[in-house]
Design a protein around this ligand. Structure first.
Ligand SMILES: [Zn+2]
Length: 71
């Protein structure tokens, strides 16, 4: 299995979580997380790609969507 990179926001350790046939990766410290995936490898690669891209916090929580709705 691929190794998880550190959180792009706080540089803390992330962990792989599982619930109801879904996998996701979440930071232990700030709780930034990926979307839910059916496969472990997808959750891990999603986290690692996000970590490399330096996605903003707004991208993570989806504030842009709610802003569009307001207009
Ligand atoms: Zn974090």
């Amino acid at each position: 299995m691929n190794k998880l990179k550190k959180c792009p926001f706080c540089k803390s350790q992330a962990e792989l979580l599982y619930l109801s046939y879904s996998y996701w990766v979440q930071c232990d410290n700030c709780f930034a997380k990926t979307a839910y995936f059916k496969k472990i490898s997808h959750a891990v690669s999603s986290w690692n790609i996000r970590s490399a891209k330096k996605v903003t916090l707004e991208d993570m929580v989806g504030k842009k969507d709610s802003a569009n709705n307001a207009v």
